[in-house]
Design a protein around this ligand. Sequence first.
Ligand code: DLL
Length: 444
Amino acid sequence: MAIFNKDVECADAEQLRRIQNERLIKTVERAYNNVPFYKSKFDEMGIKPGDIKSIDDISLLPFTLKTDLRDNYPFGLIAASRDKLMRIHASSGTTGRPTVVAYTKNDIDIWSRSAARALAAAGTTHGDVVQIAYGYGLFTGGLGLHYGTEYLGAITLPVSSGNTKRQIQLMQDFGSNILACTPSYALYIGETLREAGVDPKKLPLRAGIFGAEPWTENMRKEIERMLDIKAYDIYGLSEIAGPGVAFDCECQCGLHINEDFFYPEIIDPETGKVLPDGEVGELVFTCIGKEALPLIRYRTRDIASLTHEKCACGRTLVRMTKPKGRSDDMLIIRGINVFPSQVEHVLTELGLIPNYQIVVDRKNNLDIMEVKVELADRAGFDTVKELEAYAKTIENALQSTLNIHAKVTLVEPIWASAPKCACCRPKSWSAAKARQSALSITET
Ligand code: DLL
């Protein structure tokens, strides 16, 4: 399989280190001199950019959290002047405000090169049609793979997500060779192909590049079987760039991290201590080389481990395991990040007491989300129709914040079904307890 940039992807440790040292020093200077947030963090900790002489000094630097982006919304962490910015994307924030990321021309170039490496590792080459069925828009999936495909020099088919019958029609008519979408959508496409009686063996589709949500090795086998392709993983997050931070090679034994742009560490999420290769912890990235958003030691909340062992594909880039979970409560539903705190925010904005339960299920290979909302007081709702209309109002408000449809079911408060008189209730029954269980998240 072709390696897009052999010089870097197969560089020896010395060479890589040299690139990383140089870029880290520049990044730290840039962050300190252009972002008041970093200046005050460094000053508080008594660190000057000059103290950072190589990548070995990285642990002296402060961590950056998603809440730091929220607190500096929208552009407070941007280190480039407005006239140098070229693109803005956004992902879910923990409440009503999205997490905003921006790119200069050079940043787009870094991102495109990263995604191109991933596409090449999946066997994409000139003349291939890459059907991009990730969403386009503020989400980084569509445009990330789009620019990667163009950078590589393959043919971009920018379909965006949804309209599965049309996806299949285009796949047949245009002879798509590579499919890029979430793994759950790939399964759904496979199922739709089967229902339509289309034999995947007769399609020119060879490979798929799937990411934006966790998926298992079993799902990989299922996708490969249903679509008759080889399925490759691609990992990334908007804050760091988007898709292409790390990618599968043909060996599929861990994702190679584009560590010349995104320097990884694994830390103990409780103590912040850096962990050695092989130990599982929270993945942290420092953007080395990016201009607009040079995040330092960004805590992704993704749980993984690293290995520097040489890969049989010839690449020397460090590998990460597939993310094994999260150290926070973020859910990923159809590739869209959802924080329970966003749901809470929407409910309180509507004047509701935020007692709710999120139920995530999968039907026909598609995630579905239901939010059961406690309605403390039914006064004002005379008919079932009015209750249904109110549920719809909540659904619309959730849709506009989460960018995903959630079915809303109004339920009686949990205490309403508890024994009415205090003396008959178990001692442990308290409002706090009721709230806690209503907030629990059920993943099925
Ligand atoms: O999901 C970027 C992306 C688009 C990656 C397309 C791959 C393909 P965000 O919306 O910011 O960015 O979500 C980032 O999604 O922290 C992980 O928790 C999760 N995630 C992304 N890729 C994978 C993957 C995009 N391959 C968050 N496996 C990350 C598991 C993934 N989780």
